[in-house]
Design a protein around this ligand. Structure first.
Ligand SMILES: O=C(O)c1ccccc1N[C@@H]1O[C@H](COP(=O)(O)O)[C@@H](O)[C@H]1O
Length: 211
C-alpha cells in the first residue's frame, strides 16, 4: 500500500525540488510568524510555481488565522489545500469561505481525543505541543503511536509530530497511518531542510509496508 508523504515547512527551491523528485504527495508552506519555517507570500508564490502539473499538492499551513490572513496569502500564492490549527467550526468556516480542501491539525494525548466525526477533508493527528511552546506543531515531538490503534477515522488522516528517517517506518506500522507529515525531522537546523534527510525519509516511509 502506497504511503503518502507530506514534506512541510519548505522555505527554498532546493528542498522543494528534492521533495518533488523523491515523490512527496504534498509539500507544505508555513504562514505563521513565530515559526522558523515562516515564509512570505511572495517566496511561497515562487516556490508554488515550481511545482509541475501532477506534482505534489501545495498546502498552506495557518495557525488560528483570520480570513484576512488567508486572503493575503491566496491573493499571491496558488495553493491546493490548507492545513489549519483551529477549532472544527472555524475550520469549516474557512473551508466554506475559500473553497479549498481543509485538513485540521488535532493534538492528541489520549485515544479519546481522536475525532469520530468531522465535516472537513482530512485530519493531521499529532502530539500536543510541550508546555510553553510558541507553536502548536513543528516541535519534533512524537505521539504514542499506539493511540490510533483501532481508531475508525472519519476522513483521510496523516500522522505528524517528531517523525524522522529512523522512526517513520515503525510509526507507520504501529499507528496504522497511510500518510505521514514531517518538518523538523528532515532538517539540519530549525528551518533548514536537508536534501539527504528528505530522501532518506521518503525511502523509509515508502518501504515501511510490504508492497
Ligand atoms: O513547522 C512549524 O514550525 C509549525 C508551526 C506551527 C504549527 C505547525 C508547524 N508544523 C507542523 O507540525 C507538524 C509536526 O511537525 P514536526 O515534524 O514535529 O516538526 C507538521 O504538520 C508540521 O507541518
Amino acid at each position: 500500500m502506497a504511503i503518502g508523504v507530506k514534506i512541510c515547512g519548505i522555505t527554498e527551491a532546493g528542498a522543494l525540488d528534492t521533495a518533488i523528485k523523491a515523490g512527496a504527495r504534498w509539500v507544505g508552506f508555513v504562514f505563521f510568524g513565530p515559526s522558523p519555517r515562516n515564509i512570505t507570500p511572495d517566496v511561497a508564490a515562487t516556490l508554488a510555481a515550481r511545482v509541475p502539473a501532477g506534482g505534489p499538492g501545495r498546502i498552506g499551513l495557518f495557525v488560528k488565522p483570520t480570513d484576512a490572513e488567508i486572503e493575503r496569502v491566496l491573493d499571491t500564492v496558488t495553493l491546493d489545500g490548507l492545513q489549519v490549527y483551529a477549532p472544527e467550526a472555524r475550520a469549516m468556516e474557512i473551508r466554506a469561505r475559500f473553497g479549498l480542501p481543509v485538513w485540521r491539525a488535532v493534538g492528541i494525548a489520549t485515544h479519546a481525543d481522536l475525532p469520530d466525526s468531522t465535516g472537513l477533508d482530512g485530519l493531521v493527528i499529532e502530539s500536543r505541543p510541550p508546555a510553553g511552546s510558541t507553536r502548536p506543531g513543528g516541535n519534533a515531538r512524537c505521539l504514542d503511536w499506539g493511540l490510533t490503534e483501532g481508531w475508525r477515522a472519519p476522513v483521510p488522516w496523516m500522522l505528524a509530530g517528531g517523525l524522522n528517517p529512523v522512526n517513520v517506518a515503525d510509526a507507520i506500522r504501529r499507528s496504522g497511518a497511510r500518510a505521514v507529515d514531517v518538518s523538523s525531522g528532515v532538517e539540519s537546523a530549525p528551518g533548514v531542510k536537508s536534501p539527504d534527510l528528505i530522501r532518506a525519509f521518503m525511502t523509509a516511509a515508502t518501504n515501511a509496508l510490504p508492497a
